[in-house]
Design a protein around this ligand. Structure first.
Ligand SMILES: [Zn+2]
Length: 109
């Protein structure tokens, strides 16, 4: 889910119960079905509304209150269910286009 905070709060909060229960129920007029719900969620979000907080690419134009409000849009209970939180710097186009393949998954493992 890129731009996690662009999703409406109710859409995010509805995912909390299936995280806990390990199953989800889809209800339609013809009936309902319960399915296992075991997946990996990889959300991404900008560090601030403008996206430049802590960036080498530009200056953040957001006030501390705007940044605080932006971060408050995601609930603590949902954040608690995300096991790994990583802050990554913005990459330049040159860095994205490098032919250096970096560290392999095997090496990281
Ligand atoms: Zn900003």
């Amino acid at each position: 889910m890129d731009e996690l905070l662009e999703f409406r709060c109710p859409s995010l909060e509805v995912m909390r119960k299936p995280f806990v229960d390990g199953q989800m129920t889809i209800s339609r007029s013809a009936g309902k079905v319960t399915l296992p719900y075991n997946f990996m969620l990889v959300p991404a979000m900008k560090p601030s509304p403008c996206g430049y907080l802590g960036s080498r690419q530009g200056d953040c134009s957001c006030s501390p209150i705007q940044v605080q409000h932006y971060h408050s849009l995601i609930s603590g209970p949902l954040l608690d269910r995300i096991d790994i939180h990583i802050e990554e710097p913005t990459l330049s186009i040159k860095e994205l286009m490098t032919s250096d393949k970096g560290e392999s998954s095997e090496d990281m493992r």
